[in-house]
Design a protein around this ligand. Sequence first.
Ligand SMILES: Nc1ccn([C@@H]2O[C@H](COP(=O)(O)OP(=O)(O)OP(=O)(O)O)[C@@H](O)[C@H]2O)c(=O)n1
Length: 399
Amino acid sequence: MIKIENLPEIFIKAMPVLQTLESAGFEAYFVGGSVRDVLLHRHVHDVDITTSAYPEEVKKLFEKSIDTGIKHGTVTILYGGESYEITTFRTESGYQDFRRPDHVTFVQNLDEDLKRRDFTINALAMDTRGEIVDLFDGLKDLKNHIIRAVGNPEKRFHEDALRMMRAVRFMSQLEFKLEENTEQAIKDNHELLKKISVERIREEFVKMGLGSHSRQAFQIFLDTELSEDVPDFAGKKDLLEVYPKLQFSPTTESNLWALIIILLKVPDDQISKFMRDWKNSNAMTEKVERIIKMFDLIADHAPSDYELFEAGEEILINTIDIAHILGQPISSEALVDRYMALPIKKASELAIDGRFLIERGMRPGAKLGHTLNRIRELVVSSKIENNQEAIGQYLDNLE
Ligand SMILES: Nc1ccn([C@@H]2O[C@H](COP(=O)(O)OP(=O)(O)OP(=O)(O)O)[C@@H](O)[C@H]2O)c(=O)n1
């Protein structure tokens, strides 16, 4: 029996929750990602708890609780300033909504619960003594860096097809390999992904794209044909084959999307549709559109000071990253130096605003906006100094 010594603080803090359940005569364990991550010495961001107690019984034991998913066996309890999801031992099948399984059956013991989990490395449990319950050789797979479905992979993927995307996501995040039968089952069942909501697919796709082994995982995403069943990727494998061969991986979500859009050669007027098909937010869409615009601009000509100003620091850095990832020759240092040397970097840094013009007798309206833009342009390109006196003089000369 493996026992973890020196548990991280997050488990120590949660321990009284398990002990409270045990003292009341129930079984209780930490499960899932937190147990996997502590064994891998990775950062544990939250702990999930599984128990033999029914939700109503859990609620009676703690002062504060939230009914996050009673029907599915989950209550969130508040304890010591933290919140914990406690889920009754269960099995499940079918997810139509965003996160919760549609059908769950409560089961009698931990073994039955672990059996229905996705991968052996996610089917580990830990008790109050730090001892690990390992029914499916998850520890061995952790050691050998293998993603393997629990039991029959076909069954696991029929229970929840998103698990196929989770497989490539974990490959990327953990730098693990996919076990052969698990990979074959994905090849045979990738079409099941069509039933899964785009939001859930997107979440896994982005995690895959931002993981440290995203290029290796992306290759499997293509080889297994999962790519045929996500929005707007079908029939585009030849274009996407470039991704695994890239020099670097993207490090921000906006750059992941920008990169994909560039590889897929999505026309400018189709970008917002593409982003909408993937259920991205308007803010993300706008950012990606700006990055792609800047990328095209840089490929076309050396940007003017005003074009650098309009892009702004974040878009500029992201654009330079994209150029690097695609191996495009670009003098990034010179661009950053030029940006850093701009007299102003944000519109709010201009020494005057609309009021200044109104005080000088200009009427509010389109002309005022136009003049303000012109002044900003002249200041950014160092043709007027950024102070009220110099700007005033410029206006005097105009009159
Ligand atoms: N489709 C799913 C989703 C989750 N799980 C199980 O529920 C646990 C918790 O799932 P989740 O919080 O989504 O992921 P983690 O594995 O905890 O990974 P992370 O928190 O790093 O995303 C998983 O470890 C796994 O045991 C599963 O079997 N099938």
